[in-house]
Design a protein around this ligand. Structure first.
Ligand code: FRU
Length: 482
């Protein structure tokens, strides 16, 4: 039992047993958040995919339910999304609106025929507890394309139709439909845009009002798979631009990363968040295809990131996705140490006791001209994860090479870093759970998500100045609330 529970998170969703990857069908309906997920119920490594299922009232505490979708004659069940069919456009619902899942059926290559991916539907009239596959499946297939998957669907209220974003090799293809059953090609995006370090997967397209200027922009998330080319493995990029119901146009030429850590992949946002809530809530799979199948957990494998509230911010001339953990998380913490007006001189350090299953550290720091400091999460006497800031390069870096079990992958130990904007203050929000460290920098303009595998998440934290005087204006240490 002890080995089975080792590394099991307190604040993040992980499966009771066996393998998990991408979040699927994220949706809010009748007071419940639903999290479906890529699941192999037979083993702790990737295999024949099903949709696992969990529900939550607050996005943090999840109850795992029975498997929602099982493989059938059309194949195993790959990633996809879910919507509420409020107006019964499908004709599946007679009494009241219900849920429709739009997912990829994957068939392995056999008898010399290539693998085949098609899009299919399932629907539920009992709040996602039981699902019926649509008898007309599949509803969308392609003659030649093999990579043809991960449909993310939303109702486009400006144009009165459903829009599907689909990962089609090295592009995203948009389709539209009046009823989720008949799909029409609209356009294809991305051939010569963004990063093509790996195959494109798990798109998500949605609209935002820019925080600073109230301008309306569309954002397209695209995860890119690992083909061994970079030291980052699989990761997620995004594009900012416009969408007219048919064509997405991006407004920049640079590659924008959603996360500067290695462990946030295939994330998408929740559908049907009520208007009075109005948030765009996202979560990702907290792993990396480079080593996902090798991480050292026993009996279960992989977990999701914290759910995050997204917004679009204009920072200088750039539109940037901002992420911060959802407010629901606050209830799980009690602030018990205030860190206010503290100066740490060069060569000195300050230590805080933690020794709790999870904690949050928040710091607001004056960025000096000649500053170099580190925050060490001391898991045990010998293992630690360090977060360092250097004013010369203006970067925040996370180092986990001494964090605990690391030998399962060479890439795991390589440093992760981000160069940040030149604001006068630096804020760091660090949330550490049993086997993860998530950092939100400058209010969430930059995020860095990392797995770690220490004996214990934290005995003490030390903050030390390596160069210059470190001035902390404000901050706190928060530990589990009772
Ligand atoms: C992304 C992905 C998807 C696919 C699923 C299969 O991690 O490769 O493209 O649908 O995982 O499990």
């Amino acid at each position: 039992i002890k080995a089975f529970q080792k590394y099991r998170p307190n604040l993040h969703f992980a499966p009771k047993e066996n393998w998990l990857n991408d979040p699927n069908g994220l949706i809010y309906f009748k007071g419940e958040y639903h999290l479906f997920f890529q699941h192999n119920p037979h083993d702790t490594i990737w295999g024949p995919m099903h949709w696992g299922h969990a529900i939550s009232k607050d996005l943090i505490s999840w109850e795992e339910l029975d498997i929602a979708l099982y493989p059938d004659d059309h194949g195993t069940i790959f990633s996809g999304s879910a919507v509420v069919d409020w107006n019964n456009t499908t004709g599946f619902f007679h009494d009241e609106p219900g849920l429709v899942a739009i997912f990829t059926h994957h068939k392995d290559s056999e008898d010399g025929r290539p693998a085949k991916q098609t899009q299919s539907l399932a629907y539920s009239t009992d709040k996602g507890r039981t699902w019926f596959k649509y008898e007309g499946n599949p509803v969308l297939s392609h003659e030649t394309k093999i990579d043809f998957r991960d449909p993310k669907v939303f109702w486009d209220s400006d144009n009165n139709k459903w829009i599907m974003s689909l990962a089609t090799g090295h592009t995203i293809t948009f389709y539209s439909s009046p009823n989720l059953i008949d799909w029409k090609f609209e356009s294809e995006f991305g051939e010569d845009k963004g990063s093509h370090d790996g195959v494109w997967e798990c798109p998500d397209l949605f609209k935002f009002k820019t925080e600073e200027t109230e301008e309306e922009k569309w954002v397209l998330f695209v995860s890119i798979g690992d083909n061994g080319r970079s030291d980052m493995g699989s990761r997620t990029q995004y594009f900012v631009g416009s969408f007219d119901g048919s064509v997405f146009k991006e407004e920049h030429n640079d590659v924008r990363w959603l996360d500067y850590g290695k462990d946030n992949y295939a994330g998408v946002s929740f559908s049907d968040i009520p208007e009075e809530d109005g948030r765009r809530i996202y979560l990702g799979w907290m792993s990396n295809w480079r080593y996902a199948n090798e991480v050292p957990t026993v009996g279960w494998r992989s977990q999701m990131t914290l759910p995050r509230e997204l917004s679009l911010r204009k920072v200088r001339d750039k539109y940037i996705i901002n992420q911060k953990p959802v407010g629901e998380l606050n209830r799980y913490f009690e602030r018990n140490v205030n860190i206010k007006d503290i100066a740490i001189h060069q060569g000195e350090s300050k230590m805080y006791n933690v020794d709790e299953p999870y904690f949050e550290l928040f710091l607001e720091i004056a960025k000096g001209d000649e500053n170099q400091f580190g925050i060490s999460l001391n898991h045990t006497q010998t293992n630690r994860t360090t977060i360092e800031y250097d004013s010369k390069s203006n970067t925040v870096a996370l180092n986990r090479d001494l964090s605990g079990e690391v030998a399962f992958s060479e890439m795991f130990s390589l440093e992760q870093s981000v160069s940040i904007d030149d604001s006068a203050t630096l804020t760091l929000q660090i949330i550490a759970d049993a086997s993860s460290v998530e950092i939100f920098i400058n209010g969430g303009i930059y995020a860095m998500t990392s797995l770690v595998y220490p004996e214990k998440i934290c005995e003490t934290v030390t903050i030390s100045s390596k160069k210059g005087k470190l001035s902390i204006y404000d901050g706190y240490l928060a530990t589990p609330s009772n």
